[in-house]
Design a binder for this molecule. Sequence first.
Ligand SMILES: Nc1ncnc2c1ncn2[C@@H]1O[C@H](COP(=O)(O)OP(=O)(O)OP(=O)(O)O)[C@@H](O)[C@H]1O
Ligand SMILES: [Mg+2]
Length: 419
Amino acid sequence: MVVYISYTVVMTEWRTQFRKQMNELDSTAHSRAIDALLNYETVKYFNNEDFEARRYDENLEQLRRASLKSQSTLSLLNTGQQLIIATALVAMLWRATQGVVDGRMTLGDLVMVNAFMIQLYIPLNFLGVIYREIKQSLTDLDKMFTLLEREREVADAPGAPPLQVSEGVVRFEHVSFAYDASRPILHDVSFEIPAGKTVAVVGPSGAGKSTLARLLYRFYDVGGGRVTIDGQDIRAVTQASLRQAIGIVPQDTVLFNDTVEYNIAYGRPGAARAEVEAAARAAHIHDFIAATPKGYDTMVGERGLKLSGGEKQRVAIARTLLKNPPVLIFDEATSALDSANERAIQAELRSVSEGKTALVIAHRLSTVVDAHQIVVMDQGRVVECGPHAELLARGGRYAEMWRLQQSGEPTGTADPAPA
Ligand SMILES: Nc1ncnc2c1ncn2[C@@H]1O[C@H](COP(=O)(O)OP(=O)(O)OP(=O)(O)O)[C@@H](O)[C@H]1O
Ligand SMILES: [Mg+2]
């Protein structure tokens, strides 16, 4: 029994690594296949089908080897267990038979020893199997346990009250932030969006503009300083109430693989068809939808791939308008649109943002000239701040960006990204 148990425990512990390896390779192979399928357009653009197939194949080959290893060590474990038991059985029977031959034991004793053996052998074997199975299942669940132990990045403070929006004043106060401690992204950013006004944030790519939107939405907590809405620190209120109060049109829109109506109504589940249509009209997408054969029942495809970039953006605008929150964030909301459509939507956005607090992030400066304030960011710092005319007169960073864009603007298709 001692040999059997020690052997089972030691072998099972040793086998765990192969099982782990197998699980690891299994999940790598899976995620690789899914990644390649999701990015099938990129794979085709670069003619890399063979490359992807080869990578997947290599992965499967590794997985095959690991599975074989896992299986053969299992067989080794089983064989060893059976050998130990068989040896012990033979030894015991031999000793008992010897006892009968020598006259120390009766035939009845031999039968009794035999019965004991069977009663011991079956549960022992059973225990070995159970121990192995439990150990294996725990190994398989390893990843899930790690996930469960992860702390939440953003958690509600205990007993946090809901956010009360009366006017909708948004204030960033000396905010600093880093996604990764080794690389600070925002440094001492301060500005205010007064109630019912629009403030634009402009600046080069990677300056940290979208990060501001994510912080306001509290996808992350600020590293230093604070963000407030009507004087309430957003870390002190519930996330649900905060996100209820903010509508965002993100930089890259992804849609659900469902109908256009479903995707627009996602802004406020349960909205009536008439409200969905009104939002679609405001986002200038109603005419397009109405002209398609299936209208609002058109399926948009995975992540919305059956719609053009501009159409997707307008669906995203429509669903945010339907949500109708007191604070709005537009992160390059019209960047994928042609100039005519952009102008039309800009006018519409201006009228719906009437009386709402709005943060507009833009590359094309012509779309933000009438913002209450324009915040110019560079490398995570606010370098200039003021209304359009004032910034132009100052002749600083903004004036330079403006001049650069104006000189390329006449065609109306100038690259919206300033160098
Ligand atoms: N989830 C993340 N983890 C780590 N770094 C990130 C993450 N998201 C963004 N960054 C980094 O933070 C910096 C600022 O990103 P952000 O998206 O705010 O830029 P942006 O000003 O919106 O640029 P763009 O005009 O190109 O959209 C970038 O350098 C980016 O590499
Ligand atoms: Mg961005």
